[in-house]
Design a protein around this ligand. Structure first.
Ligand SMILES: Cc1cc2nc3c(=O)[nH]c(=O)nc-3n(C[C@H](O)[C@H](O)[C@H](O)COP(=O)(O)OP(=O)(O)OC[C@H]3O[C@@H](n4cnc5c(N)ncnc54)[C@H](O)[C@@H]3O)c2cc1C
Length: 469
């Protein structure tokens, strides 16, 4: 299932435009450079020369994990990017072996597996990808420009270009292209623009979860060895609502995140509130690790109100020459870490659709993207729909699936094969069907819940209780 080899190059046309220069846009522009003579990437923000925060991507200050599937596709678009990542000092860590993970009321087993993820910040990841894109000779980056409308043919059946201007006003300019790709994120205006062109309004599914994140950088205390490189303390849904993560990132730092569902979150960027919330997690390890650690910056807050899926695949009519990727198509509760990887999967699918030429590619792509999203959407929403307060249609068999899922998680608390399958499904390198193989079903039906809770996990350590070199 993994795609670590370079993705194919075929010529589909002369010029393509991608607007929105965050992860989905960067990957799509890189992918399209294999299919068009020229690519223009339009981004509203001015890019800085380094891994710096910017207004258009406020989430970049929070924990971001790129799943294995997303990494494989990224490496297919930009061959050699793993080496570029490693050259920054970031490491590819075995996620099962190096993460102390508490979930479903138990510490999970740790062992060597083939599931790896880069220990790096989102800011650095995006910067590495942007440098690779900038180095492509057929890519032009127009930053400090905002997409303000689509240009079409007279019949409005084909998108033929993009109208842009400096943010806040100024002279409008029109760029012509055979393909225009919207990667402008959750706030994308494609639904309104299509409606103004006479197309029906795209159907949208929203599931309100009111998830709050609070994140802070810490210096990793030299010589402090709690027995893990990353830490994840997840709640037992729907009884508990709080989550805590420490992600090791470049330059010997930790990015600590505490958050929760349905408004159970830190609401002020305040030291005491942050620590108090961390103390309320189901396990003390995160609190103990950060309580005496040196903070390296302020606390950043982020509020995510709802999952948002736009069903472009269901539209009865859609113009040629337009595609929507990334969060603009579907934006998930970030706790499940799927956004960048599904964006990568969509970019890959768009490339696949272009292999038959640009004609008809928009319609082939939106249907394919709709299919691709079904699995991640089901995974991400299944957990959240376990809360009785969360409104949304429960799929047929939902209660049975929850029952099975809970037992599967208990089994993952002591059975290595189950744990590995679970993580492989999470990382999208195994299909969710792997959780339902006859062998797994048998194991799940005979799970021993007591066995799961016997794993003591790592000792909670604070900097003052372990002498630091
Ligand atoms: C708190 C949080 C944590 C997350 N954690 C993870 C994680 O662990 N793993 C993961 O895979 N995903 C995670 N995500 C999701 C991830 O951030 C996104 O899926 C990812 O950034 C891809 O989104 P995107 O590129 O489609 O849009 P965005 O990242 O939202 O970027 C949109 C871009 O478009 C630009 N733009 C907007 N309008 C215009 C316009 N009119 N003209 C030109 N440019 C425009 C913006 O400036 C921005 O650069 C998280 C999200 C949040 C909120």
């Amino acid at each position: 299932m993994s795609t670590s080899n370079a993705l194919p190059s075929t010529r589909a046309g002369t010029h393509a435009i991608v607007y929105g220069g965050s992860m989905a846009g960067l990957m799509t522009a890189g992918l399209l450079s294999r299919h068009f003579d020229r690519i223009t990437l339009v981004e509203r923000d001015r890019f800085q020369n380094g891994p710096m925060p910017r207004k258009g991507v406020p989430q970049a200050q929070h924990v971001h994990g790129l799943l294995t599937r997303g990494m494989d596709i990224l490496a297919g678009i930009f061959p050699g990017i793993r080496e570029d990542i490693e050259a920054t000092g970031a490491e590819f860590l075995d996620v099962i072996e190096t993460t102390a993970s508490f979930g479903s009321g138990t510490w999970r087993p740790r062992f060597r597996s083939d599931v790896k993820a880069a220990s790096m910040s989102r800011l650095l990841l995006e910067w590495v990808v942007r440098q690779r894109l900038q180095a492509l000779p057929n890519v032009r980056i127009l930053d400090g420009r905002e997409a303000v409308g689509l240009k079409t043919n007279g019949e409005r059946t084909h998108v033929t270009g993009l109208q842009i201007q400096a943010p806040g006003g100024g002279q409008e300019e029109t760029l012509e292209a055979e393909l225009v790709v919207d990667s402008s994120g959750r706030g994308s205006r494609t639904p309104q623009w299509l409606e103004a062109l006479g197309y029906p309004r795209v159907e949208e599914t929203r599931i309100h979860v009111d998830v709050g994140y609070a994140s802070r950088l810490y210096r990793q205390p030299r010589g402090f060895d709690p027995g893990w490189r990353s830490l994840a303390i997840a709640p037992r849904l729907p009884k508990e609502r709080r989550i805590g993560i420490i992600q090791e990132i470049e330059d010997d730092r930790w990015l600590a995140l505490v958050g929760g569902w349905l408004g159970d979150a830190v609401s002020t960027a305040d030291d005491a509130a942050f620590l108090e919330f961390a103390r309320g997690l189901p396990q003390p390890h995160l609190y103990e690790a950060i309580k005496n650690a040196e903070p390296l910056g302020p606390i950043h807050l982020y509020r995510f109100s709802h999952h948002q899926r736009r069903h472009y695949e269901r539209m009865p009519r859609f113009p040629e020459g337009l595609a929507v990727v990334g969060d603009a198509f579907c934006s998930f509760n970030p706790i499940y870490g799927q956004g960048m990887s599904t964006g990568a999967m969509q970019a890959e699918a768009l490339g696949g659709c272009l292999r038959q030429g640009v004609r008809g590619a928009s319609n082939r792509y939106r249907r394919r993207a709709g299919e691709i999203l079904a699995g991640p959407w089901a995974l991400a929403t299944a957990g959240d729909l376990a809360f009785p307060e969360v409104e949304g249609k429960r799929p047929p068999g939902f209660d049975l699936m929850r029952w099975y899922g809970n037992r599967f998680q208990q089994l993952a608390g002591y059975d290595e094969e189950t744990m590995k399958t679970f993580v492989q499904v999470q990382h999208m390198i195994e299909s969710p069907a792997a959780m339902f193989s006859p062998r797994m079903v048998l194991k799940v039906l005979t799970v021993d819940p007591d066995k799961a809770t016997r794993n003591p996990g790592p000792r909670p350590l604070s900097i003052s209780t372990q002498r630091v070199a």
